[in-house]
Design a protein around this ligand. Structure first.
Ligand SMILES: [Zn+2]
Ligand SMILES: [Zn+2]
Length: 289
């Protein structure tokens, strides 16, 4: 029996509804997300800073991806909303004297953005699939706080499909950001671990949950201003000696200021990791928190 027919028959008996809008899944569905919610996610795409992954938001329609108009909903070309334009774009002064940026089609970024130059991150590279807003924000909330674990599949797939081409080669293992034990007990699962499993499967490499441990409790980062986040997570993680000489990919749901992921990378480097990449589903733009 053809798969499409089976799904249609199942939908008649057990109608499937979107985890976000509760509408029918419809065309372009990525169960348990409907086609409309999936298509409404604002993707991040090249050109990016090859270190931090700062990029321009794009929108995807059923006709394929297109670049979001500059300035739409305050979308900025650089992640974090700070610093001058990232490399890989041309910068020019418009008639009003304001700096504007234009993508350089086909040009690969050759040097890091100004933020990475003045304050290099601990990781070698970071990539995020989409902007933390709208349907994706709701999906991540439902995933984390309403226990909708089935969302790990489309959200993990989003990270891979959007970013796989720009990950460095030779990834040997995927590691989830460890959740505080107390929080994992409350929630019943670590959302980063579920994403890591999906991403590792798509990459064809193992997950290594024992390679990074949380060794002390920290305050929730969301309660703290950006300046205090690094201090809050300092020394919170410890890497296994098994990471020595390895290229590992650290996975989390959202990159906000990068403090937690940076500290994970610092621990992994301390353990001798050869290369540390970071991959998140979402990224907060204008991280003025
Ligand atoms: Zn929906
Ligand atoms: Zn950068």
């Amino acid at each position: 029996m053809p798969l499409g027919f089976t799904l249609a028959a199942l939908d008649l008996v057990f109608p499937a509804f979107c985890s976000i809008c509760e509408g029918t899944l419809g065309a372009g569905r990525r169960d348990p997300l409907c086609g409309r919610c999936w298509g409404a996610i604002t993707r991040l795409a090249a050109p990016w800073c090859h270190v931090c992954g700062a990029s321009s938001p794009t929108a995807v329609t059923f006709d394929g991806p297109h670049r979001v108009e500059h300035g739409r909903e305050g979308a900025a070309p650089t992640t974090g909303g700070v610093g001058p334009p990232s490399p890989g774009r041309s910068s020019e002064s418009c008639d009003s004297g304001e700096w504007v940026t234009q993508p350089v089609v086909g040009a690969a970024p050759s040097r890091p953005c100004s933020t990475c130059t003045t304050d290099p991150p601990q990781y070698d590279y970071a990539r995020s699939a989409a902007v933390y807003e709208g349907a994706l924000r709701e999906a991540l909330h439902a995933f984390k706080f309403s226990g909708k674990r089935a969302l790990a599949r489309p959200l993990g797939d989003l990270a891979i499909e959007q970013c796989v081409a720009s990950l460095l080669e030779g990834i040997e293992a995927v590691i989830a950001v460890p959740l505080a034990r107390e929080r994992e007990r409350e929630r019943g699962f670590n959302q980063a671990a579920l994403l890591a499993q999906r991403i590792a499967k798509r990459l064809g490499v193992p997950t290594r949950p024992r390679w990074l441990a949380r060794v002390r409790a920290t305050k929730p980062q969301s309660d703290l201003p950006a300046a205090e986040r690094r201090v809050n997570v300092r020394g919170a993680f410890r890497a296994s000696r098994a990471v020595a000489g390895r290229h590992v990919l650290v996975v989390d749901d959202v990159l906000t200021t990068g403090a937690t992921l940076g500290e994970c990378a610092r621990a992994l480097r301390g353990g001798g990791a050869r290369c540390v990449g970071v991959l998140t589903v979402a990224r907060v733009l204008h991280a003025a928190v």
